[in-house]
Design a protein around this ligand. Sequence first.
Ligand SMILES: [Zn+2]
Length: 415
Amino acid sequence: MGGVGEPGEGPAPPGAPLPTFRWEQIRQHNLPGDKWLVIERRVYDISRWAQRHPGGSRLIGHHGAEDATDAFRAFHQDLNFVRKFLQPLLIGELAPEEPSQDGPQDAQLVEDFRALRQAAEDMELFEAKPAFFALLLGHILAMEAQCWCLQHDLGHTSVFRKSQWNHVAQQFVMGQLKGFSAHWWNFRHFQHHAKPNIFHKDPDVTVAPVFLLGESSVEYGKKKRRYLPYHRQHLYFFLIGPPLLTLVNFEVENLAYMLVCMQWTDLLWAASFYSRFFLCYAPFYGLPGALLLFVAVRVLESHWFVWITQMNHIPKEIGHEKHRDWASSQLAATCNVEPSLFIDWFSGHLNFQIEHHLFPTMPRHNYRRVAPLVKALCAKHGLNYEVKPFLTALVDIIGSLKKSGDVWLEAYLHQ
Ligand SMILES: [Zn+2]
């Protein structure tokens, strides 16, 4: 066994005993340009490599100075392949007397969750059924709103054995069928999965100063910030949330992302969507008519998108980083909606949001099967496995916005 390592040591030479580190030392390496993390008790210096991380430097950086073992397993399909990239970054291991967890976390829950994941792997629940996705593709050609679901799944799940085919398929669905960038989607969405409902890490809840969610309401109130009438945010949500998200916010963000990150392939795919759309409809409706149709379609899909994606997260805990274990952090930020044939179809199985968040690479047709195992884990550890009816879930979005607005007003006036 090596001595206690000093910061700044380079990669360990092969064969040499590894230096050991304490959490106290590791915690100092959570700065931009100086980041360490721990996977399976081994310490990696990702400072420079983070820029080359295929999932983006922000995503991996969110786990700086943490035990990222479960996040590592949750996001990567082929662990042996990924481990090859880790090897050169290895700088040491946790000192034997150090706990595997980076904070006051429930070691038993972490262990039980890993056993659950193993059970799901043994049940082959991470194996996609190509027939299921083929049927889905047929169905999508008839119903374009479902494109969002398919491209979402292609981002997470190995529908094809070869990952390159997955990427091409996602670019096709996202670019040609929707007019958006697949890379932009993955950039946003994987951060959401890594740190759901955590400010400045999950882009979905980093919406202040337009809306105040969770802990930001009291903070804004105390600092006397009033950029908008936040106590009415549950009302102006109807004007600028569901109607305009994909039409304004996504369009602007996509264009900026593709240009800044020079995603020319995505830009071409998006251009192919616009060409197809206007070539199809301009001859019938003229250019203004086709433009109007485009706006109408975007506004319609935006309603579906906002209600379906937000019902599982907005009413849950939203705030700053709490460095919880994987399972607890996902469960605190996620709830399910009661399954039924219609709801499973309408939400693209994302009503099983808890299962989707615990196992983002699991194909969606297996959520129903892993759900009982997840429920049992939650019951054992006293974790809240929240399932609600569909309409309640929708109403709860508005309830949460109103509650946050009231908290803001109270703090603004009296604190
Ligand atoms: Zn997802």
